[in-house]
Write a protein that binds this ligand. Structure first.
Ligand code: MRU
Length: 365
C-alpha cells in the first residue's frame, strides 16, 4: 500500500460535490488497496453503487439515498407540483429497491418525501432547496447520533477491555464514528486502550477490508480474525463485550445484521460475553413485529465462490446459499445502544420508551 496515501479517516463516506451536481462516495469495493472517490449523477449510478456495496452500511446508505433523491429531484424540469411529485415518487421507489434489509434506506427516502409534501404549496425551486437542506441535516445528524451512541456504549466497557465486532459498523458505514465503533473511537481518544478483534466477515470481507483498515489507520489495537475464530477468543477470555451494528431492529428486539452476527451472539451466550447492538433510532423499525418479518437480502453466488479469489474456489454450478444478513434473537442481546440511551429486555417495552424519550426531547439530534 502507498505510504503517502491520505489516511482513510480523512475522507467523507458520503458527500455532495462542490458543484452540487453529484453524490461523491469512496468506492468501498476497492478498499483497502485503493481509495477511489466516485461521482454519481444518475439514478442508475446511485442504485448500482448501493446494490454493489460501493456505499454500504445502514446509516451511510440512508444518507447516500437522501443526497441521491435530492440530485434526482433537482433534475426534474417542471413547475407543476403534481408532475414533480409523481416523478419524485418514481425515483424514490427506484432507489428504495436497491437493497431490502436496512430500514435506513426507506426511512431516509420517506423523510425526503415528507419534505416535498410539507412544502407542496411552494415553488418547485424552493422545494428543491428544502430537499438539499434536509439531506445535509441528515448527514450532520448522523454524526451527532453516532457520537451519542459512542458515549452510551462507552459506559458498558472499561479501559483495557477486549471488544469483538463483526462486519463494518464503522466510519465507513456512517458519516463519522460509526455505530459499533463509536465507543471504540471515543475510548481511543480518552486513552482506554481497548483490544479490538474484527471478524473478517465472509463473503464480502467488510471486517477485513474495512473495519480492520479504519481501526488500524486510527491507531486502535486491532486483531483480524476469521469468522470461525470467535469461540476461540471468547473461550480464551479475551473478549469482554461484543459490539455490532444492525440493519433493522424489530419491535421485539430481534435484530438483522450482517450474516454471521447470530453465530457470534450464540457463541457469546455460551461464554457469558454480553452482546450489544448499536442502533440509531433510524434503524429501529417499530412497524416490524419480529425478526421473522424482516426481509433478508439474498446475494449472487459468485460473491461466495469466486469474488476476492484469483480463481473460482468452488465447483462450477454448485448450489450456493448467500443471505447478506441474519437475525439475532432478542434473548441473545444484552442491550440495544441508541442515541437516546440503552434499551434492555424486555425490548417490546424498552424500545417504546426510547421512542417516547425521542418524542419528548423534540428530536434534539
Ligand atoms: O452489506 P453491508 O456491508 O451493507 O452490511 C453492513 C452491516 O451489516 C452493518 O453492520 C450495518 O449496516 C450497520 S452499519 C452502522
Amino acid at each position: 500500500m502507498d505510504k503517502d496515501r491520505k489516511n482513510i479517516m480523512e475522507y467523507e463516506t458520503v458527500a455532495l460535490d462542490d458543484e452540487d451536481s453529484a453524490l461523491v462516495i469512496i468506492d468501498q469495493t476497492k478498499l483497502p488497496g485503493e481509495t477511489e472517490l466516485i461521482h454519481l449523477h444518475t439514478g442508475q449510478e446511485i442504485w448500482d453503487a448501493i446494490y454493489l456495496l460501493k456505499v454500504r452500511g445502514a446509516p451511510a446508505i440512508g444518507v447516500a439515498a437522501a443526497f441521491g433523491i435530492y440530485l434526482l429531484a433537482k433534475q426534474i424540469q417542471t413547475q407543476d407540483y403534481e408532475v414533480f411529485y409523481r416523478e419524485f415518487r418514481k425515483q424514490k421507489e427506484y432507489l428504495n429497491s436497491s437493497r431490502p434489509t436496512a430500514v435506513n434506506l426507506s426511512w431516509a427516502l420517506n423523510r425526503m418525501e415528507q419534505v416535498c409534501m410539507k412544502n407542496k404549496e411552494k415553488p418547485i425551486e424552493e422545494i428543491k432547496g428544502h430537499l438539499r437542506a434536509e439531506a445535509i441535516a441528515m448527514k450532520e445528524e448522523d454524526i451527532r447520533v453516532c457520537k451519542a451512541i459512542g458515549e452510551h456504549g462507552l459506559t458498558l466497557v472499561k479501559p483495557g477491555d477486549g471488544i469483538l465486532t463483526h462486519c463494518n459498523a464503522g466510519q465507513l458505514a456512517t458519516c463519522k464514528y460509526g455505530t459499533a465503533t463509536a465507543p471504540i473511537y471515543l475510548g481511543q481518544e480518552r486513552g482506554y486502550q481497548f483490544r479490538v478483534f474484527a471478524d473478517e466477515t465472509r463473503p464480502l470481507l467488510q471486517g477485513a477490508r474495512l473495519t480492520a483498515y479504519e481501526l488500524y489507520a486510527s491507531g486502535v489495537d486491532v486483531t483480524l480474525l476469521c469468522d470461525n475464530m470467535s469461540a476461540t477468543v471468547m473461550r480464551n477470555g479475551w473478549i469482554n463485550a461484543v459490539f455490532v451494528g444492525c440493519d433493522r431492529v424489530a419491535a421485539n428486539g430481534d435484530t438483522a445484521n450482517k450474516i454471521g452476527t447470530s453465530v457470534v451472539a450464540a457463541v457469546a451466550k455460551r461464554y457469558h460475553v454480553p452482546v450489544y447492538i448499536c442502533a440509531p433510532t433510524s434503524t429501529i423499525d417499530m412497524n416490524t413485529a419480529t425478526g421473522d418479518d424482516i426481509v433478508i437480502e439474498q446475494r449472487p453466488a459468485h460473491e461466495v465462490t469466486q469474488m476476492w479469489y484469483e480463481k473460482p474456489m468452488a465447483p462450477e454450478g454448485v448450489k450456493v446459499f448467500n443471505p447478506a444478513f441474519d437475525v439475532t434473537d432478542h434473548d441473545l442481546i444484552a442491550g440495544i445502544v441508541t442515541e437516546y440511551g440503552i434499551a434492555r429486555a424486555p425490548y417490546t417495552e424498552s424500545l417504546q420508551e426510547i421512542f417516547a424519550r425521542k418524542e419528548t426531547s423534540g428530536g434534539w439530534f
